[in-house]
Design a protein around this ligand. Structure first.
Ligand code: HDD
Length: 717
């Protein structure tokens, strides 16, 4: 359907505005002289991306310390006093400026998704979406800069990365047509169906208001009270209890737009789509014990992993894909309501068609000005991409603009370097807190005759397309009847998991509910679990020592989507960490060659030894990266053991790695360490080798499957 003609009245009965040619006093021309913050030495790379950005020059000019006013103080370590032991003088402006600014350094953290890590990158369209969408970023070969922020949802800014939670996956595309934000999660369904319930679910999931505990956890009474009383949350809760809730790395997560969006082509034809990010490294997770250990040993695990991988040149990549559906009146597909964000459409029914690839290739140069100040909004759309009536999405369209005003201190946050569009900006927004642009002209309204008519309205071939959907209905606070189906999506996901993934789900429910105090809540949860799977409910009830209460599911019919399981494939090992345990007896030449060989395979070698320093001496010396004081199993994807040490921590390292199903190889010099740790040398994925080179070969053969899954059978269930 074509977009509404420009001269057509927006409100029925209102007079049509005059055609553009009559309205403008002059013909469109180049805009008035650009705002001082849009060109010239003050802006450079608008996002402050790590190039030779003159933005940095503005931040730090000259070699000498100055006050904020540019004067050079003589000393910054002592306040001005009446004598060295006397009182501090009120006239010390340098002191007051320094302390006052420090007192105001913090801004409110995000009300959700407070803890995050981000990276710059580029998106390249492959042209496959051009028939259905006129957005320039999807054109074949078109390169669009991006900034991506990954996050946990519940924890505050200083919380641990590896908690069980949903992960945010928000992408800002700086397109030629303006900014497009795809603000998604690593889970394709959501807890609630309507934005009006967002404050409720967040209040329930955040720490209890009396003691403010637990931090960054869903394992507490109010969360489980909410999700068992609001059974629309069943599918999202199940995804959180699955391995998806504890990713191995931000680089190894899928991303989902969750809602159904509308894409429109140049002819005005529309289709409905769901966006998917597919990681080239596959989808991998931690084990729960690893996640817990990491929260203590390395709470920055995911942040560090992302930054280290990018710094070492192992640039993470994702394909962007869409599932495409006809835009008909029902907005249903194979019985699945496309406006219900608690539902997913199996890829087997609607394949994900790849429309481009994103590479993250640069770390932020400043956490605050980029990762913290970035402001996403699902309503930041460009020509060719529009929203649908999903009531959750509609609520979000209000919330994100609003939150930035309190978080970033006013309405001018789009002028912050990381938020600036790369497209020219000529809005009629003026003044306000933190206004940094120096606008020219006198007539920020239109039409006007004083600024030569500028800014002009672009022609319909260039403007945003607000799809002219026919809307009618009775004003009502209600949801569609199809929104009453709260369990089919959860059943589908659970049935699609492999046996070991299902075991992890049962253990996660048992752990989380085991942390609740109220028996009635746990008992209610068992009733909800019966609606997903009878055996799952039985296992969790047994683990909690509860009766199998509630009713069995009315229907046991379930479809299966193999694409939802994480297991069964092989993936590239870029950025994987191989720990090599060596001692003073290890041959430095052989060790150096192995370290180099690991790096050549785009993996990260870390040499572990009983104490710090180097193995060998002189030019061939190999630096030691970790000692038995600083090494812990969670950091390594695989271990190569080339020595032993009379130290219990070496045993602990090996036992944990073994229990966590990590690939292990050992040379004859490492055999004693394996035996001392009590590891059966016949255990799956524990390889005895003659040389370090052979050990690396053995590990490289095991790592593409992420873990040695068959070893799980060796442990008691
Ligand atoms: Fe949201 C942040 C993702 C529903 C209100 N959300 C936020 C971020 C992500 C998501 C990734 C962090 C962005 C960043 O890194 O800065 N949110 C989602 C997804 C949702 C969703 C995938 C459902 C499909 N959110 C949602 C609803 C509301 C909000 C229904 C309110 C009605 N979300 C917010 C917020 C935040 C936010 C309060 C906090 C900080 C911010 O926006 O910038 O406005």
């Amino acid at each position: 359907m074509a977009a509404r003609a420009k001269s057509q009245p927006a409100v029925p009965g209102a007079p049509a505005s005059a055609p553009a040619t009559e309205q403008e006093p002059t013909k469109p021309h180049e805009p008035l002289p650009p705002k001082s913050d849009q060109t010239g030495p003050a802006t450079g790379t608008p996002t402050g991306a790590p190039t030779d950005t003159p933005q940095d020059a503005v931040a730090q000019q000259g070699a000498y310390l100055t006050t904020a006013q540019g004067a050079r103080p003589s000393d910054t370590d002592h306040s001005l006093k009446a004598g060295p032991r006397g009182p501090v003088l009120l006239q010390d402006h340098h002191l007051r400026e320094k302390i006052t600014h420090f007192d105001h350094e913090r801004i409110p953290e995000r009300v959700v998704h407070a803890r995050g890590a981000a990276a710059h990158g580029v998106f390249v369209g492959n042209g496959a979406a051009q028939k259905i969408c006129c957005a320039s970023l999807f054109e074949k070969g078109k390169e669009t800069p991006v900034f991506v922020r990954f996050s946990t949802v519940l924890g505050s800014r200083g919380s641990a990365d590896t908690v069980r939670d949903t992960r945010g996956f928000a992408t800002k595309f700086y397109t030629d047509d303006g900014v497009f934000d795809l603000v998604g999660n690593n889970i394709p369904v959501f807890f609630i169906q309507d934005g009006i319930k967002f404050p409720d679910v967040v209040h329930a999931a955040k720490p209890h208001p009396d003691r403010e505990i637990p931090q960054a956890q869903s394992a507490h009474d109010t969360f489980w009270d909410f999700v068992t009383l609001h059974t629309e949350a069943t599918a999202h809760t199940l995804w959180n209890m699955s391995d998806r809730g504890i990713p191995r790395s931000y680089r190894m997560m899928e991303g989902f737009g969750v809602h159904t969006f509308r894409l429109i082509n140049d002819k005005g034809d529309a289709v409905l789509v769901k966006f998917h990010w597919k990681p080239k490294l596959g989808v991998h997770s931690l084990l729960w014990e690893e996640a817990q250990i990491a929260a203590g040993i390395d709470p920055d695990m995911h942040r560090r992993d992302l930054a280290d991988a990018i710094e070492s040149g192992a640039f993470p990549q994702w394909d962007l894909g869409v599932q495409v559906f006809p835009d008909n009146d029902e907005q249903m597909f194979e019985g699945i309501d496309l406006l219900d964000p608690t539902k997913l459409v199996p890829e087997e029914l609607a394949p994900v068609q790849i429309i481009g690839t994103m590479t993250l290739n640069a770390n932020p140069t400043n956490y605050f000005s980029q990762t913290e100040q970035v402001a996403f909004h699902p309503g930041h759309l460009v020509r060719g991409i529009d929203v649908t009536n999903d009531p959750l999405l509609q609520g979000r369209l209000f919330s994100y603009l609003d939150t930035q005003i309190s978080r970033l201190g006013g309405p001018n946050f789009a002028q912050l370097p990381i938020n600036r569009p790369h497209a020219p900006v000529n809005d009629m927004l003026r003044d306000g807190m933190h206004q940094t642009a120096v606008h020219s002209g006198v007539a920020p309204y239109r039409p006007n005759s004083l600024d030569g008519g500028c800014p002009f309205m672009a022609g319909s071939a260039e403007t945003l397309i607000e799809f002219p959907e026919v809307v009618k209905g009775t004003k009502v606070r209600a949801a569609a009847a199809s929104f009453d189906d709260h369990f089919s999506s959860a059943r589908l996901f659970y049935a699609s998991l492999s046996e070991i993934e299902q075991e992890h789900v049962a253990k996660a429910y048992t752990f989380e509910l085991g942390k609740c105090y109220e028996k009635a809540i746990k008992q209610r949860a068992i009733g909800v679990l019966r609606q997903i799977d009878e055996e799952l409910a039985r296992t969790v009830a047994a683990g909690l020592g509860l009766a199998l209460t509630g009713e069995p599911a009315e229907s046991s019919a379930v479809t299966v989507s193999p694409a939802l399981s994480q297991l069964g494939g092989t993936w590239p090992c870029d950025g994987r960490i191989v720990g090599i345990f060596a001692t003073a007896d290890t041959d430095p030449g052989e060790l150096a060659a192995t370290v180099a060989a690991v790096a050549e395979q785009s993996m990260t070698p870390l040499v572990i030894a009983p104490t710090g320093g180097e193995i060998g001496s002189g030019a061939t010396a190999v630096p030691i990266s970790r000692t038995l004081d600083t090494a812990r199993s969670i950091e390594f994807d695989a271990l190569l053991i080339a020595g032993t040490a009379p130290d219990l921590r070496l045993g602990l390292l090996l036992q944990e790695a073994h229990r966590h199903l990590k690939a292990i190889a050992y040379t004859p010099a490492g055999a004693e360490a394996i035996t001392t740790a009590g590891i059966d040398e016949k255990s799956a994925g524990v390889e005895s080798v003659d040389t370090l080179a052979a050990g690396l070969e053995a590990l490289a053969a095991l790592l593409p499957e992420h873990r040695v899954w068959p070893r799980a059978a060796e442990f008691p269930r």
